[in-house]
Design a protein around this ligand. Structure first.
Ligand code: OOG
Ligand code: MG
Length: 256
């Protein structure tokens, strides 16, 4: 097996066993962003080979709050599979993760493909619906610590997603208030404007970045726009809810 395939296997195994692994960049100075996206693809291919199905893509590090929290200042993307879907209102098991965190986000449902360089208007025209959402991120690296290349190879910490009710995307969603509550206590507040100034810009960036990898956003895909606030840690017993103004709320629970 080649070096990149080796990394892919290590990261895939770490995710399956909920066990942290070592960062790549401190020990492999030649590891590039292009290598990292190749590792990401190889590790997600292992999931697909086990029968998981591709359901879309996620954008990461699209807000200042997120960039500051993890110290990586570059937008990145990852691949989503059906095994990552957590039913709205359901309970997820803390034991299946290394050190999970939650992020309030918005999700797009696509009705048409998007490929390469597109305008915001073209991106919006390809959206079927928008929903309040949360992402569960779980870095497979020790202490949730990574450089850009590490986190890309780790499928941008992608671990779970919860989607609320799909809404008409013709409302103005550029600057909607967002509240993240844990056990009824407000722990983070923000606005959809935190996502690159307007969430549609995240979709525009997704179309371009995914095309750079020779792939595309398809009709029926889900696209996660990126975390709006810093991401708090999850612990057993919590009830977690995100409310997005005009779009509604989405929640899940954490059990042991
Ligand atoms: C990287 C993934 C970031 C987002 O929405 O910004 C991300 C991480 O923080 O582990 O998913
Ligand atoms: Mg995210």
């Amino acid at each position: 097996m080649g070096r990149l395939a080796d990394y892919a296997k290590t990261l895939d195994t770490a995710a399956r066993e909920a066990r942290a692994t070592q960062q790549i960049t401190p020990v492999d100075a030649a590891f590039t962003v292009a290598d990292a996206y190749q590792v990401q693809k190889l590790s997600v291919d292992r999931r697909l080979a086990r029968g998981e199905r591709r359901i879309g893509v996620k954008m990461g590090l699209t807000s200042r709050a997120k960039m500051l929290q993890v110290g990586v200042e570059e937008v990145a993307w990852g691949r989503l599979t059906d095994a990552m879907l957590v039913e709205e209102g359901a309970a997820l098991s803390r034991a299946r993760y290394v050190h999970p965190r939650v992020e309030p986000e918005v999700a797009f449902l696509m009705k048409a493909p998007l490929v390469g360089k597109v305008t915001a208007a073209a991106a919006l025209a390809a959206v079927e619906a928008i929903a309040p959402a949360m992402e569960i991120i779980d870095s497979r690296f020790e202490n949730f610590k990574f450089a850009l290349e590490d986190v890309i190879s780790d499928n941008t910490s992608s671990s779970g997603l919860v989607i609320g009710s799909w809404c008409d995307p013709r409302i103005d969603f550029s600057n909607l208030g967002v509240i993240l509550e844990i056990d009824g206590e407000v722990v983070q507040v923000g606005s959809t404007a935190a996502i690159l100034g307007h969430p549609i810009r995240s979709l525009v960036a997704a179309a371009r970045l995914v095309a750079e990898a020779g792939e595309q956003i398809n009709a029926g895909d889900i696209v996660m726009a990126g975390g709006i606030t810093a991401a708090p840690n999850l612990a057993p017993g919590q009830t977690v809810r995100t409310t997005v103004q005009s779009l509604g709320a989405v929640m899940f629970q954490v059990e042991a």
